[in-house]
Design a binder for this molecule. Structure first.
Ligand SMILES: Nc1nc2c(ncn2[C@@H]2O[C@H](COP(=O)(O)OP(=O)(O)OP(=O)(O)O)[C@@H](O)[C@H]2O)c(=O)[nH]1
Ligand SMILES: [Zn+2]
Length: 362
């Protein structure tokens, strides 16, 4: 197999599953513009759309292909028009985000990310509560989180900060980087080896672009499709899946850059609180006003930081819990969430409009 294919993440496992669909070709979604997908095949890059059947049967935004997906298409060149996407292969991970003001309440953002770099700057933007949020999102996605503390050159009280971070991200690797001095950047590379896909998550300005650029190095990708005659047509499409110098792939979509929590498994990201809760008097204790609450007791005694406790309550509010509601109530709750505030709606629109900075390098 040549290097490009391995870089695109066509591992043995993917190819084995693909071989079940004999009459189709395997590809990977590298960008999406409304209904039109750009798909990198072993043979070249083409454009395609989903089948009417897939569109009709879709129950959920996650039923459509998303950047990073491995898909089966019906042709390997565009001589006779766009390809038709027939199947989405099994996903290793999936990131979804909230969308306000949309008909459906979620948007799939990226699939098949192996490692997600949770980026937080070591300057005044350092915020443990935000990290807790990202950590929960990452664990929910199925990708492995690696915590990247950026702007190490600006860090004050680094040992103290590292302790605080490690308390939240129990056991997962924490890397301190600085794009200014180059510190730690090398430690990211092993995650971006051939066959692997990485993504960066973190607020604007933490230094993601700087790190991405150093991982990109001088990598290039052949994108011209076989039999692809009308070159002018798609020049404006921006790539959202990029090949890295080390042979891996990077997914960088606008949606990925600032993810809200849609679903999160707090029992993993707040394992300490869940362990404490086992000692609460009431099994369904909400840890707010109940007597004999072990969680509140831990806060009072200083064993659990009050900020962590408060953030837990806040995040829990944001994530829908449909337990104990009937179907009409669930529908209403979903609608309330979908049509948040006008401001939120505008923000989402603006985000969708914001194009990725990284044009594909042919
Ligand atoms: N001191 C210092 N500044 C850095 C470092 N990395 C990035 N910066 C600066 O921080 C600013 C933001 O960096 P970007 O890499 O654009 O941040 P980003 O996370 O990609 O931001 P968005 O594109 O908005 O998501 C720039 O002015 C960089 O020069 C670093 O390691 N140390
Ligand atoms: Zn309790």
């Amino acid at each position: 197999m040549n290097q490009r294919n391995e870089s695109l993440g066509f591992t043995e496992k993917v190819l084995a599953e693909a071989s079940l669909f004999e009459s189709y070709y395997v590809g990977r979604i590298i960008s999406q513009k409304q209904k039109l997908y750009e798909i990198a095949l072993l043979e070249g890059t083409i454009h395609g759309e989903v089948t009417g059947k897939m569109r009709y049967e879709a129950m959920d935004p996650a039923d459509f292909p998303v950047v990073g997906d491995f898909v089966m298409v019906d042709r390997k060149d565009e001589t006779h028009g766009y390809a038709v996407i027939h199947e989405i292969l099994t996903r290793k991970s999936l990131f979804v985000r909230k969308v306000a003001g949309k008909r459906r309440d979620a948007q799939a953002v990226a699939a098949n990310v192996d490692t997600v770099f949770l980026c937080m700057a070591l300057n005044e933007n350092f915020n443990l509560r935000r990290l807790e949020r990202y950590f929960a999102v990452a664990l929910e996605s199925g990708a492995v989180p690696v915590i990247v503390l950026t702007k190490g050159d600006l860090a004050e009280n680094l040992p103290e900060k590292l302790c605080e971070v490690e308390r939240i991200t129990l056991g997962y690797e924490v890397i301190v980087t600085s794009s200014l001095t180059g510190e730690g950047v090398e430690k990211l590379r092993p995650y971006a080896e051939k066959g692997k896909t990485v993504a960066f998550l973190g607020s604007s300005g933490v230094g993601k672009s700087s790190l991405i650029n150093s991982l990109l190095g001088s990598s290039v990708m052949e994108t011209k499709a076989t039999g692809y005659e009308d070159k002018g047509r798609h020049t404006t499409t921006h790539r959202e899946l990029l090949l890295l110098e080390n042979g891996g792939a990077l997914i960088d979509t606008p949606g990925m850059r600032e993810l809200g929590i849609l679903e999160a498994d707090f029992s993993k990201s707040f394992e300490d609180i869940y362990t404490l809760a086992e000692s609460c008097r009431f099994r369904d204790c909400s840890h707010v006003s109940e007597p004999h609450c072990a969680v509140k007791k831990a806060v009072e005694e200083g064993a659990l930081p009050v900020e962590r406790y408060e953030n837990f309550l806040k995040l829990r509010e944001e994530v829908p819990s449909y337990e104990g509601l009937n179907s009409r109530e669930i529908e209403k709750k979903k609608l309330d969430r979908m049509f948040g505030g006008k401001k939120e709606m505008k923000k989402t629109k603006d985000q969708v409009k914001k194009k990725s900075k990284y044009e594909f390098r042919d």
